[in-house]
Write a protein that binds this ligand. Structure first.
Ligand code: SF4
Length: 417
């Protein structure tokens, strides 16, 4: 699924897409007489390569093996973005790498938007001029330490067309390569000047449709950038046969499944791709995932007013989860309104009351603040860069000085029904 992402990133991407050029970048010629590892040969991008691969690369360029270790350090600890700045390496090695078409693999940040709570959305321009969105979400705990979550995209666009999702409406361009996923995390670290502690694959795209790159990026994030597996969440709306495949890798990361409905009929109306994946089969795969990995699946549920937010839905959801996934976490996510959608965000009080059935059934419920999701929404009144100035869930009025007291178009959590 990707509730965070869709909501966070798409409008920027859509706007920028107008000026997008789809011209392909010609592959640079290889350095004559030098052989390199096959994976690297394809992309000639250093980000994403492991330490042994970089050592092999150094050897194949006629360098000592320890030069590969230096490369590793420059890429992942010092986070140098250009081969020309690899000052620890001999000039001849740098020149040879560049002449052979090698590059670090860090793309320019095309645009950033910052919200009042510190959340930052980045628009990254890839080598083929396509744009992807990444969101950095800083949260300070009571001890003052900051948890910085990177919400990363796995595809440019998405083919699954979930009815509430802006990304789905924008269509699908291509899968991201593994280094294009990893570089999103490095970009967030660069902007925040802080290490990323958590990664969620909830940006643009369905990660299970790009599992190879997602798994390669997961390895790099864990082994090379030192983000614990348990700090990484892979989200899916459900793609047949992929949860089992993921389970076979026995990752210690969280699988987040976007349910959005407690029964098949309603789910199909919200998530069209659910037609090919009956709810019972999805829940069985989630149960098997837990048995294989000992990691509980977390369930995402986008709250759509008048569609899936009634008491009967909560009761049905509790029953479904009791049957298949006892003790799971349920993340209730207020819908983030998008252009051209009839869906509305429900009242928080009503939802809290109706969904008490879940907590009575011993599921841990989280309400995800809609704030992160409204970063991109241009306020009806706060024009300019398109940043809503509302300060969060508890704030139901626009802060624009000339419109004090008027309900903001972004803050759709009314305090009273
Ligand atoms: S359309 Fe794609 S990106 Fe959007 S919610 Fe569905 S799976 Fe996620």
């Amino acid at each position: 699924m990707a509730v965070l992402h869709h909501a966070c990133a798409v409008p920027l991407a859509r706007a920028a897409a107008r000026s997008r050029s789809l011209s392909a970048v010609a592959a640079p010629a290889m350095m004559t007489g030098v052989s390199v590892p096959s994976k690297a040969r394809e992309s000639r991008v250093l980000i994403g390569m492991s330490e042994p691969e970089l050592q092999q690369l150094a050897l194949e360029f006629g360098q000592e093996k320890y030069r590969g270790k230096q490369l590793y350090h420059l890429l992942y600890q010092r986070k140098v973005k250009d081969i020309g700045d690899f000052s620890h390496l001999p000039q001849v090695f740098r020149n040879n790498l560049q002449e052979a078409g090698w590059r670090v693999g860090r793309s320019p940040i095309y645009h950033t938007v910052k919200a009042a709570d510190g959340t930052v959305k980045l628009l990254i321009k890839l080598e083929d001029n396509r744009l992807i969105e990444t969101v950095g979400i800083p949260v300070e705990d009571e001890n003052g330490s900051v948890r910085l979550t990177a919400c990363v995209s796995s595809q440019v666009g998405c083919p699954l067309k979930c009815s509430f999702c802006a990304t789905g409406k924008g269509g699908f361009s291509r899968n991201l390569l593994s280094h294009e996923i990893v570089e999103q995390v490095l970009a967030i670290e660069e902007i925040f000047k802080h290490r990323v502690t958590n990664v969620v694959f909830m940006g643009m795209g369905e990660p299970m449709l790009n599992m190879k790159s997602v798994l390669e990026a997961h390895r790099c994030l864990n082994k090379d950038i030192n983000i614990g597996q348990r700090m990484i969440t892979i989200s899916t709306v459900g793609v047949p046969n992929t949860i089992r495949r993921l389970a076979s890798h026995k990752l210690q990361s969280t699988l987040a499944v976007s349910l959005h409905a407690p029964n098949q009929k309603l789910r199909e109306s919200i998530v069209p791709s659910a037609k090919s994946y009956p709810l019972d089969a999805l829940m069985k795969d989630c149960q098997d995932y837990f048995h294989q990995t000992s990691r509980r699946v977390s369930f995402e549920y986008a709250l759509l007013a008048g569609v899936n937010d009634a008491e009967e839905h909560a009761i049905e959801l509790a029953k479904l989860l009791r049957e298949w996934a006892r003790g799971s976490h349920v993340n209730l996510i207020p819908f983030n309104p998008i252009d051209g959608s009839d869906y509305r965000r429900p009242y928080k009080k009503a939802v809290s009351r109706q969904f008490k059935h879940l907590s009575l059934s011993f599921f841990t419920i989280f309400f995800t603040s809609p704030w992160h999701f409204q970063v991109h929404l241009p306020c009806m009144f706060c024009e300019g860069p398109g940043i809503c100035k509302c300060s969060g869930v508890s704030q139901s009025y626009c802060e624009c000085s000339e419109n004090k007291g008027i309900r903001c178009s972004c803050c759709l959590w009314p305090t009273e029904e």
